[in-house]
Design a protein around this ligand. Structure first.
Ligand SMILES: NC(=O)c1ccc[n+]([C@@H]2O[C@H](COP(=O)([O-])OP(=O)(O)OC[C@H]3O[C@@H](n4cnc5c(N)ncnc54)[C@H](OP(=O)(O)O)[C@@H]3O)[C@@H](O)[C@H]2O)c1
Length: 286
């Protein structure tokens, strides 16, 4: 299939390009400054030039805390931009694959969430991404929206790299590392998301899909696992979100259940710890 990957320099997009090519697809890729998804003309022109059969939109304004003070930009990119991509894809007869987030939920139910659960975003980022989902679905009937969470990969910045960097700095200084133990989710490796998207390309099922790795943990559990695997000697201590207030409110129990993928027999996700091992192995090769 001829695929256009938008946001190809980002964490997810860069792996998407590599894995889609490995899977035998013809891949054209683009990112800023060559395209601005907030600009409908820019998106239309890119789609007309490429004339793809599928568009994977990995582009977004992903600075969750930055969105709180840049509401306009968040909605221009994550909401209007998502709609622009879906509309332009529809116009050339291409399937839209869009990426959304656990931040569309408040996570207050204390159980894992399926696609039937009602979103209730608590942050500007979450609100802009939910509006993006709505605009994608309003602009094309052939869209697959994958809600993912706690993404990490080889490229770009993420929780894994941040925790390691902080741990290295604190190690041997007598300081401890405090990490919140009251936010739950599922760490999800970029390559797993790419494989999941590729597995859904020809299925002919549309709408919203939850697509995270299996299992879940708290941020504290994840940080402890990262540090243990990195072999960094450091005491790590659980704390509450109240002790670490951030501008954007995070989902409390943002654990997503891949119900629709499982019902279709298409869930390719493995347990998050197994996926993390694959990530560590992949890191050794770069
Ligand atoms: N990261 C997570 O933990 C996480 C969790 C759940 C869901 N998601 C979703 O997963 C998707 C991929 O996230 P990611 O972590 O791979 O993001 P990322 O690393 O921040 O990459 C996003 C890419 O989009 C580009 N971009 C930003 N604004 C754009 C615009 N107006 N037009 C075109 N391109 C633009 C960025 O370019 P610049 O760098 O030049 O701005 C960057 O290359 C996003 O939809 C995100 O909302 C992420």
């Amino acid at each position: 299939m001829k695929l256009l990957v938008i946001g190809c320099k980002g964490q997810l997009g860069s792996d998407m390009v590599v894995l889609a090519r490995k899977a035998g697809h013809e891949v054209v890729c683009t990112d800023t400054p060559d395209i601005d998804i907030a600009d409908a003309h820019s998106v239309k022109a890119a789609l007309m030039r490429c004339d793809p059969e599928g568009v994977v939109n990995c582009a977004a304004y992903t600075n969750v805390d930055g969105c709180e003070t840049n509401r306009e930009l968040a909605f221009a990119v994550n909401a209007a931009g998502a709609g622009n991509v879906a509309a332009a894809a529809d116009a050339v007869g291409a399937l839209t694959m869009h990426i959304s987030t656990d931040f569309v939920f408040d996570g207050l139910l204390g159980r894992s969430l399926t696609e039937s659960d009602t979103p209730n975003p608590q942050s500007v980022y979450g609100k802009s991404k939910l509006e993006g989902e709505r605009l994608v679905l309003a602009n094309t009937r052939r869209a697959q929206i994958f809600r993912i969470a706690w993404l990490y990969g080889l490229h770009g910045n993420n929780f894994v790299k941040n925790i390691r960097a902080i741990a290295q700095k604190k190690s041997g200084s007598g300081e401890v590392l405090k990490v919140v133990d009251d936010q739950f989710g599922t760490p999800t490796f970029t390559r797993e998301v790419c494989r999941q998207i590729l597995a859904m390309l020809s299925v002919g099922e549309y709408g919203v899909f939850h697509g995270t790795a299996e299992g879940y943990c708290s941020k504290f559990d994840f940080a402890r696992h990262i540090i243990k695997k990195a072999g960094i000697p450091l005491e790590i201590v659980p704390c509450t979100t109240d002790e670490f207030p951030m501008p954007a409110r995070r989902p409390v129990f943002g654990v997503l259940e891949n119900s629709r993928l499982k019902a279709l027999g298409k869930n390719v996700m493995v347990d998050w710890k197994a996926a993390f091992e694959e990530f560590l192995e992949a890191e050794k090769k770069i």
